[in-house]
Design a protein around this ligand. Structure first.
Ligand SMILES: Cc1ncc(COP(=O)(O)O)c(C=O)c1O
Length: 422
């Protein structure tokens, strides 16, 4: 099917979004493949994407401010990323031998994280965090992990503990006991926990812009205290930059002027294909080296596969310092313009650089129903938000598109704020 401009539009011949199998059961638990994607029975699904736009199964065109939870920093089907991925794919998608794309990608990453030495690739951010924590435990001979309340670091057992509540279901008590969860930006609590029993902790894992904790920035003072305390007690400091890496050429840690011992990555570093990476100092990363006695067993059938590596390296090369600066300043502008219009109804816009999120002013959490209503209000105005209401800009977005996005989101916030008051 083609539209007036001659480009292909979505095939609208899909069946109802939630599908059942022949025995009447939903094909997927709850109807969806990821718990984060469920927006009720009428949740739309995607037909295709191009640049900053996507089309859903009804043919509706949307500005994609979700970008698969920040992954698609160059939008969808970027020609140079397609070319890189296809170039690799034509020679085979995965092998039981090392491939040169992995070295190429590691060179690109280490150029951006020059104080770190080595990279181990995995297939997701979850695996990256899980692996980095295990490296820290092995290197220090300690079991404890410190995390910050409400931060999301994927779905490994240890990582889930930071979420509390339902996140703890299915996590063994022994794992829960090994994790200390501290309030965000509370230097005294951090100092007290570390100094009470420094020998307990292998690592402090933190995200400098934790989305699920409300997209509140970690303060420079807290980040500096984290570096100082972990260094003093030989605790490995891990910055989880699975999302925040897109905010600075050398990651968000470098914007804070802090060099953690390991950085965990995912999302943008795979160019839209499955990826995760642990980047770390050689003294730590050597735990994964087969040349070391009792090295850590680590594999992953698809780890470092040529397609993810080639597409990821192309994506990173496109995401140069100038494009990051441009996206970040567009983010600052749109945040300011939305906030000026929603402040009178008691809302604010949180975030940093190219990532932002409308929020009830000063609230610690957003009510799940309100969050869902805002997502739908934006959807009905042609904007796809993350289901957490977070938005991420992409490089194909022009200044005009971002202004348009800001206007639509403002209208969506005003609608739900109005209804929340009433
Ligand atoms: C900060 C952070 N760490 C880890 C993860 C897990 O990454 P993945 O979904 O690729 O497993 C996420 C996912 O959103 C994340 O935001």
């Amino acid at each position: 099917m083609t539209d007036a401009t001659g480009s292909t539009t979505a095939d609208v011949s899909f069946a109802a979004p939630i599908r059942k199998g022949p025995r009447g059961h939903l094909l997927l638990p709850g109807g969806f493949g990821r718990s984060t994607l469920s927006m009720g029975d009428s949740t739309p699904f995607v037909a295709r994407g191009e640049g900053y736009r996507i089309w859903d199964n009804s043919g509706r065109e949307l500005i994609d401010a979700n970008n698969n939870f920040t992954v698609a920093v160059h939008g969808h089907a970027h020609p140079e990323i397609i070319e890189a991925a296809e170039g690799a794919l034509r020679n085979g998608s995965s092998f039981g031998l090392p491939n040169p794309y992995e070295w190429d990608h590691a060179e690109v990453l280490l150029e951006r994280l020059p104080w770190l030495d080595q990279v181990r690739y995995v297939n997701s951010g979850t695996e990256a965090v899980m692996t980095a924590i295990r490296v820290a435990r092995a290197a220090t001979g300690r079991d404890g992990t410190i995390m910050l309340k409400g931060s999301y670091h994927g779905t490994s057992d240890t990582a889930l503990v930071a979420g509390g509540g339902n996140y703890l279901r299915g996590v063994p008590q022994g794992v829960i006991d090994d994790v200390t969860v501290l309030p965000l930006n509370d230097i005294d609590a951090l100092r007290e926990a570390v100094e009470r029993d420094p020998e307990r902790y292998a690592t402090l894992v933190m995200d400098l812009l934790p989305n699920r904790a409300g997209l509140v920035s970690i303060t420079p003072e807290f980040a500096a205290a984290a570096r100082e305390l972990t260094a003093a007690h030989e605790i490995a400091l891990i910055f989880d930059e699975v999302i925040s890496f897109r905010l600075g050429y050398n990651g968000l840690g470098a914007v804070y002027g802090i060099e953690p011992d390991m950085v965990t990555l995912g999302k943008v570093v795979g160019g839209g294909f499955p990826v995760g990476a642990v980047v770390g100092r050689e003294e730590l990363m050597r735990e994964l080296s087969v040349e070391v006695p009792k090295f850590l067993e680590h594999g992953g059938t698809f780890s470092g596969n040529p397609v993810s590596m080639a597409a990821g390296a192309a994506s990173l090369q496109l995401l140069d310092a100038a494009s990051i600066d441009r996206l970040n300043s567009l983010g600052d502008q749109v945040r300011g313009s939305i906030e000026a219009r929603v402040a009178p109804v008691g809302w604010e816009v949180r975030g940093r650089g190219s990532i932002f999120r409308p929020f009830v002013k000063g609230a610690e959490r957003m009510d799940a129903d309100l969050q869902r209503r805002l997502w739908w209000a934006a959807y009905e105005r042609g904007v796809l938000l993350m289901q957490t209401n977070c938005a991420a800009l992409s490089t194909p977005m022009t200044d005009e598109v971002v202004v348009d996005l800001g206007d639509r989101l403002t209208a969506a916030v005003l609608e739900v704020a109005d209804r929340a008051d009433g």
